[in-house]
Design a protein around this ligand. Sequence first.
Ligand SMILES: Cc1ncc(COP(=O)(O)OP(=O)(O)O)c(N)n1
Ligand SMILES: Cc1nc(C(=O)O)sc1CCOP(=O)(O)O
Ligand SMILES: [Mg+2]
Length: 431
Amino acid sequence: MKNIDYTMYYVTDEDLLSSNHTLETSVQDAILGGCTMIQLREKHSSTLDFYNKAIKIKAICDKYNIPLIINDRIDVALAINADGVHLGQDDMPLDIARKIMGDGKIIGISTATLDEALIAQQGGADYVGVGAMYSTNTKTDANLTTINELTKIKNNLKIPVVAIGGINLDTIPALKPAQIDGVAIVSAISMQEDTVSATRKLKNTFLKQYQTKGVIFDIDGTLLETMNIWDNVLLNLMNTLNISYTEDEIQKIWNMGFAELAQFSIKKFKLDMSVKEFWQLIKKLSVEEYKNSKIHLKKGAKKLLEYLKEKGVKLAIATALCKEQYEIVLTKTGIIDYFDIIASSVDLKMEKSDRQIFDYIAKNLQVPNKNLIFFEDDINSSTGAKLAGLKLCIVSNKKYNGNSKFDALIDYKIDDFENKLIYDEIIVEKN
Ligand SMILES: Cc1ncc(COP(=O)(O)OP(=O)(O)O)c(N)n1
Ligand SMILES: Cc1nc(C(=O)O)sc1CCOP(=O)(O)O
Ligand SMILES: [Mg+2]
């Protein structure tokens, strides 16, 4: 099956756009706000206009690697090589559409009942759009369906289920019992001036309905108070190499990854060493420091790990430390056995700014991405988690300056693990 994220599915309607937007800016901003899929729905355009718009929207979707679905028109979908088409009960029959489109394309089918949904699945649909959940001015001829029917559909289908019709910040929480794969939205995105923020709020509200079934922790600065150790590592690094960073540079260093620090230092001090040799030196110095120093867990960390284990929540680590480093600190602090998987970005050659490492952890834990939360102190290392559709909780750490560009990605912010918010809202849901 095609690996598509249906979480936040923006269905366009040019007539509804807020006056500060064009179709293109609206789609681009929805994507920046976390929309995972776009449907171009043009009910009044000529074929030429539809085609021209589709070409432009395809370029935006390709730029961000977001799937583009064309509403109703198989010819337009094929002409622009869209990812798929969405068909209603009165549109082209599914079997014919599949013959024309081929197996590689996504075909979504509108359904209002379990019977329709089962027929769509049997006929080879890739997903179903279920609605209208609530009456809506955007499509006045849609039959209403209930949350109960939606839940039945989700429980009886293997293919993804998205809800449509009157979905907004107020109605999303009611969808929770169905635990569907995503929401398809027109007006609650199109009509907003601040599309980025509106989309983000809708997505976060939707993601909150997923119970946390797995928690991923970063190590340095998040689970462990190891930042003073890294002060010493930096000092020893400067002494060993006979170099000196300015105060300003030291501030910036806390926001850099190891590779970036190596490249920066080698260039600045014209060091006669490779990035690999620089990393080996840091590794050696940090291993010494980890071995010789007292290492403290962040306040409340042990209690939280015990609590999560008892609740059957899967636990993982995503760290930039390699095995030799993390084994020392996790063993010294007595927490190494809590984790079902420890993923080192260095050992796996995957960046935390990329979603790959989070997809890897989710697969190994056998927990869907939507049910995972990532605790991290460095926002720069958190973009991958958001790209993978995880919830994100930042554990404040004074060493990191933060980055306003990424601030909007944060779902929760805490100072340490004693914060009641973790137990009352982040991990345990209040019904
Ligand atoms: C995701 C999704 N679900 C349902 C629809 C409605 O399709 P349809 O019934 O064909 O109505 P129109 O959108 O064509 O007016 C949809 N477009 N997307
Ligand atoms: C396009 C569409 N299809 C529906 C269905 O029930 O199949 S409801 C709908 C319109 C959804 O718009 P809004 O998010 O503004 O309510
Ligand atoms: Mg249609």
